[in-house]
Design a protein around this ligand. Structure first.
Ligand code: GTP
Ligand code: MG
Length: 441
């Protein structure tokens, strides 16, 4: 899904990630590239332009907190704006309090309505509704048969009659009420292009069966055209939501990114394959992370913003530089690590360390034992580990459920680390921490 778009954005982000400072110039350079990539992916021109303007405005006004790089911050802003562009919050399917819930599907020929009708019926079954599928496509010879075969696969009854679509739909609702169906999914006929006849029929259908929700089903592979079709349908039948199909195909992503902004209606579901179970509820935030391929940075920045206060970062930096880093600070860091998830993450948030620490693996389990050892020390011992003589060490080992050897090893490691910290500006943190890890336990 959107591999090409993700790949290109990834390359653009590589360039901005390293930027030390946010200036008007580097922001606009980076965003110009992002804009070009969006247009290449068939994002509607106006949508791309508005998107970039919003990101630019937010980036310029933003204070960069010490723990993240400006590049990471821009990526986060782009992500947030993309979530917004995709609709912000998830828009769940509406279920009527007065069953049956009625869902009407509209869209061009081949957009995936019939396939989606069946997927939706399956989804409804899974949430404990009893769906009825209704075949209102009386024009294509095999349409009813297609729905019957698919309905059969999921054990859902298919309603069909030799009448016109309006009669079929209204009678199906009566049938559903009489026979205890709690949901009705109406599959309508598509046309190759928008024509009056089809539009008349679908709007009459909508009027006749007063659906709980009407969905516009669109093939995400058709690019810019999708947006025009979506608008044309919306002008006529004012649907409640969009279903994007064929996202498993070679879609560039433009349709997915533009459609919500153009019609101002939420994307409800995505269809990602020909199989009946390939349906997903649409979540704007997850989709944005998929497109940007930057889940890691987004989470990191979010965590950093909430858990790592600037002051704390400054204090630590100060201590590191003035060589006053003791077990007490070490413990603070360990606690922070717990909140943030990992030591390498925490360390990478300290300016000047992050880039040197890439790919360092740290054994998180060992940290639990380290914390236990430090917790068993007195405040004095933490401030000044040199006073830890044999009997104190024995006490600490006992208190922490470890051994004297382990306590000794930690102290030695800590002293090594202090020594390294002394050489803060010149040292190779990555190497240093790798040693720290290997030798721990
Ligand atoms: N790869 C892929 N194919 C899909 C998806 N959804 C539907 N298709 C295929 O697209 C083709 C058209 O799907 P239909 O469900 O028949 O489309 P329709 O909108 O009902 O078409 P008409 O009834 O002719 O208007 C079929 O071959 C489906 O198997 C999807 O999410 N991914
Ligand atoms: Mg069909």
């Amino acid at each position: 899904m959107f591999e090409d778009l993700t790949y290109k954005l990834e390359s653009a982000f590589k360039k901005i990630r390293g930027q030390g400072k946010l200036t008007e110039k580097n922001i606009s350079d980076a965003l110009r590239e992002v804009r070009r990539i969006l247009l290449d992916a068939d994002v509607n021109y106006k949508v791309a332009k508005d998107f970039i303007e919003k990101v630019e405005k937010k980036s310029l006004g933003k204070e960069v907190i010490a723990s993240i790089t400006p590049g990471q911050l821009i990526i986060k802003i782009i992500h947030d704006e993309m979530v917004d562009l995709l609709g912000g919050k998830t828009s769940p399917i509406v279920i009527s309090n007065n069953p049956p819930s009625i869902y009407l599907l509209a869209g061009l020929q081949g957009s995936g309505k019939t396939t989606f009708a069946v997927k939706l019926a399956r989804y409804l079954k899974n949430i404990k509704l009893k769906p009825l599928l209704v075949a209102c496509d009386i024009y294509r010879p095999a349409a009813v048969e297609q729905l019957k075969i698919l309905g059969n696969q999921i054990n859902v009854e298919v309603f069909h009659l030799d009448k016109n679509p309006i009669e079929i739909a209204t009678e199906s609702i009566d049938y559903a009420k009489k026979n205890g169906f709690s949901a009705v999914v109406i599959d309508s006929a598509g046309r190759l292009h928008i024509d009056e006849e089809m539009m008349d029929e679908i709007s009459m259908l909508k009027e006749a069966c007063n659906p709980t929700e009407t969905y516009f089903v669109v093939d995400s592979m058709i690019g810019q055209d999708a947006v025009n079709t979506a608008k044309a349908f919306h002008d006529r039948i004012s649907y409640d939501g969009v279903v994007l199909t064929k996202l498993d195909g070679d879609t560039k992503g433009g349709c997915a990114l533009s459609i919500r902004a153009i019609v101002n209606k939420p994307i409800k579901f995505v269809s990602i394959g020909e199989k009946i179970d390939s349906i997903e509820v649409f979540h704007p935030d997850r989709m944005a992370s998929r497109i940007l391929g930057k889940g890691d940075i987004i989470t990191l920045v979010e965590k950093a913003q909430s858990a790592f206060e600037e002051k704390q970062a400054e204090r630590l930096e100060e201590k590191l530089k003035s060589n006053k880093f003791d077990f007490e600070d070490f413990l603070d860091q360990l606690r922070l690590i717990k909140k943030l998830g990992s030591l390498s993450q925490t360390l990478s948030m300290i300016p000047g360390i992050g880039t040197k620490l890439k790919n360092t693996q740290i054994d998180e389990k060992a940290l639990v034992r380290v914390e236990a050892i430090i917790n068993s020390m007195t405040r004095e011992e933490r401030k000044n580990p040199r006073i830890l003589n044999a009997s104190r060490k024995r006490r600490v080992a006992r208190g922490s459920g470890t051994s004297i050897q382990e306590v000794n090893r930690l102290i030695k490691q800590f002293e090594d680390m202090q020594r390294m910290i002394k050489k803060f500006s010149s040292m190779d943190f990555k190497k240093a921490f790798r040693n720290f890890n290997l030798n721990l336990y």
